[in-house]
Design a protein around this ligand. Structure first.
Ligand code: SF4
Length: 378
């Protein structure tokens, strides 16, 4: 028996067997099977941390937040246009800078969760440095309690944060039915140091996303990884349902509204999967029609699988991104297409899937959006 077999650190499903050269369509399963519209919203560049390695364009010391009323009316406009295209379920994902320091953020989430137009399903996600105190996260749990699913990507910044406190906030969130994964960029020269930190969190029952470092064009993984390190990037630390496990362990019941029956995703059986099941968010189809799975689109870059020029893509039709400063509304982050508009001057979402014109689709926000070599139905 392979020693990896009983080890939660390793995927029981070998992602390296996926025939990436022969894949003809793919997408995040929630976007494939549901009438779900996806919004990734970069709320501002202001960040309360100042890490030495942060890109200058990614952060600012200036508070650059738009007023809550503008955010609310933008959310309304997005939902209205998406509904005209037949979508009545929503996923709003927030990032920054640091989204939790936006003074209207919790009110925006509260507003989002009280949609009177009866959406079929609503979820939210944020990427945060997790620096806010526990009482802020208590309010966050309250503001999002009526949503069907809540998830967080917690960016681990070793220069600024303290490991035990970071872990404890995540355990609190899991106990309140929030799904969390920690983001770690595994720089080759620091790989083993970072891996030890990843193990600390993994052993506490927390998902860790091991991300490869990409070259400056963000299209290929940098050189310098050993084969064994690449193996860990390809199949290590698969995303598992630790939140369900934590609720069971604490004898707590999930109290979120249940999605409608028709929203249940087709079950995936992974042979030998243990009590803490692997989550498979992404489905890929090869030219013979065989379906393959991946835990999350973040892993695509570890296989240099990010080129879809000429494919038909639902970015701009089933999902948009909003980026500050400037309030630009775009198909998605990587896309070279002209913007769809701005928050101030208005924007128009596509009325159908459009071909990809961009050489590299590098962010997982972009690559998870359904796409296919053949034209896609509306
Ligand atoms: S770059 Fe944009 S259009 Fe091209 S596949 Fe990615 S998200 Fe779709």
């Amino acid at each position: 028996m392979d020693p990896k077999d009983n080890d939660l650190k390793w995927s029981r499903y070998d992602f390296s067997k996926i025939p990436f050269d022969d894949i003809v369509s793919l997408g995040q399963r929630t976007l494939l099977y549901r009438d779900l519209f996806n919004v990734s919203w970069l709320l501002g560049r202001y960040c309360n941390y100042n890490c030495s390695y942060c890109w200058p364009y990614a952060r600012s010391d200036q508070k650059d937040h738009r007023p809550l009323e503008v955010l609310i009316s933008t959310m309304d406009k997005i939902k209205s246009q998406a509904r005209e295209n037949g979508f009545n379920s929503f996923h709003f994902s927030f990032s920054g800078g640091e989204p939790t320091v936006h003074p209207g953020f919790l009110d925006l989430l509260e507003y989002y969760s009280q949609d009177e137009m009866q959406p079929h399903y609503q979820s939210t996600h944020m990427t945060t440095n997790l620096s806010r105190h526990l009482d802020w996260f208590e309010k966050y749990v309250g503001a999002t309690k009526n949503l069907h699913r809540v998830s967080i990507t917690a960016s681990w910044h070793r220069e600024m944060a303290q490991k035990e406190a970071f872990r404890d906030k995540i355990l609190f969130l899991q106990e309140n039915d929030v799904h969390v994964t920690i983001n770690m960029v595994m720089v080759p020269g620091m790989f083993e140091d970072y891996y030890q930190e990843a193990l600390f969190f993994h052993e506490a029952g927390i998902n860790v996303t091991l991300k490869p470092q990409s070259d400056p064009s963000a299209s290929r993984v940098v050189d310098g990884y050993t084969d064994e390190q690449l193996d860990r990037l390809h199949n290590g630390m698969p995303q598992r349902n630790y939140t369900k496990f934590r609720l069971l362990e604490k004898k707590k019941k999930a109290s979120r509204p249940a999605p409608p029956e028709s929203f249940m995703l087709p079950q995936i059986e992974i042979e030998g999967d243990g009590d803490i099941q692997q989550n498979m968010q992404v489905e890929l189809v090869d030219s013979k029609g065989k379906i393959w799975y991946m835990d999350q689109a973040e892993r695509f870059n570890a296989f240099n699988f990010n080129q879809f020029i000429g494919w038909y893509c639902r970015a701009g039709f089933q999902g948009i991104v909003i980026r500050e400063p400037g309030g630009e509304v775009k198909r998605s982050y990587s896309c070279h297409d002209a913007p769809l508009g701005t928050i101030e001057e208005g924007f128009s979402i596509f009325d159908r899937p459009m071909p990809c014109v961009t050489p590299s689709c590098v962010s997982s926000v972009d690559s998870k959006i359904p796409k296919s070599i053949k034209p896609l139905e509306k």
